[in-house]
Design a protein around this ligand. Structure first.
Ligand SMILES: NC(=O)c1ccc[n+]([C@@H]2O[C@H](COP(=O)([O-])OP(=O)(O)OC[C@H]3O[C@@H](n4cnc5c(N)ncnc54)[C@H](O)[C@@H]3O)[C@@H](O)[C@H]2O)c1
Length: 287
């Protein structure tokens, strides 16, 4: 989802490069179709299909998944990537001027929560149902954020939504839990879905430039604290690694991968030893 731009577009490129067929879903159909044309040209006609989908609408998400099964003969997984940030980093710290402002703020809180957590729960739920329906084992990758692990004073609602994505994912961790319902009358059986989250640190995209431009120093302080900003290629590589590790069985459902400029890729569980994987590409490229 959100495959028309930024991190989502790069994930589509990497998946197509790994011989996957891809449904590029975005609320911006023209952007999704640009990606489809690029992938078809590079990997052959019929590699990708575009679909206009608002991820907050369950019927549209369902249709998107059915389209995948219909067009490609199967549905192996979803990357719940579509997301939005906050438009005003200082709203929590200044006096609300008028009712209009309050209305605008509240509407934005709802929109952020709708897209950044509600839609992720929806996408995960519908995908797990489709695995059950078709009897296929599959994968759900939820794009969270380091902002779901560390506090984000300039985007607290976004940070709260991303923390919720992480715990939604971790809560779907145990295979035994995912198999619950197997024996229930009428409802059990079918394919099993494994759910993982990827938590990028700040990455050069439209979303991130908007946040950077809101700062007084054009993001210089942020960059200094983090060591640098990540590239979309860094995050797409993280998604590739976590899918490969799930398929190999080296990690299981509920796993959370962090991607940071200084720490590279690692698997993170609170209270447990972090499993380092490797540095990120953008750092290696500069060495
Ligand atoms: N860029 C960063 O610094 C950063 C860091 C951590 C996590 N993330 C997460 O990565 C994901 C992708 O972000 P990005 O930086 O590539 O942003 P982006 O703005 O470049 O791309 C987001 C995409 O999602 C689509 N989208 C937005 N609302 C939608 C909706 N309702 N239905 C369908 N599609 C919708 C947009 O049209 C766009 O194509 C988001 O979940 C974001 O929170 C980004």
């Amino acid at each position: 989802t959100g495959g028309g731009l930024g991190i989502g577009r790069e994930i589509c490129r990497v998946l197509a490069g790994c011989h996957c067929k891809v449904v590029v879903c975005d609320i911006l159909l023209d952007k999704a179709n640009e990606v489809v044309r690029e992938l078809d040209e590079k990997h052959g006609e019929g590699t990708a299909v575009g679909y206009k989908c608002d991820v907050t609408e369950i019927d549209q998400v369902r249709q998107c998944i059915y389209l995948c099964s219909k067009k490609f003969g199967r549905f192996d997984g979803i990357v719940n990537n579509a997301g939005i940030g906050e438009s005003d980093p200082y709203r929590w710290y200044k006096k609300v001027k008028n009712e209009n402002q309050e209305e605008k703020d509240v509407a934005e809180f709802k929109k952020i929560l709708d897209i950044d957590i509600f839609a992720v729960a929806l996408g995960t739920y519908v995908a797990l149902q489709e695995f059950k329906r078709t009897g296929t084992d599959g994968i759900v990758v939820n794009i969270a954020s380091m902002g779901g692990i560390l506090p984000m004073p300039t985007a607290p609602v976004y940070a709260a939504a991303k923390a919720a994505v992480i715990n939604l994912t971790r809560s779907l961790s145990l295979t035994s839990t995912l198999q619950m319902g197997e024996d229930e009358e009428g409802g059990g059986g079918g394919g099993l879905g494994k759910v993982v989250a990827v938590c990028p640190s700040l990455t050069e995209t439209r979303l991130m430039t908007a946040m950077r431009d809101q700062t007084d120093d054009g993001g210089e302080q942020m960059k200094k604290e983090l060591g640098g900003f990540l590239s979309v290629q860094d995050i797409a590589e993280g998604v590739r690694i976590v899918i490969k590790d799930l398929v190999d069985g080296t990690v299981g459902s509920g796993e959370v991968m962090r991607v940071t400029y200084r720490g590279g890729y690692d698997y993170w569980t609170p209270g447990k030893k972090t499993r380092r994987i490797k540095p990120v590409l953008s750092v290696s490229a500069k060495l």
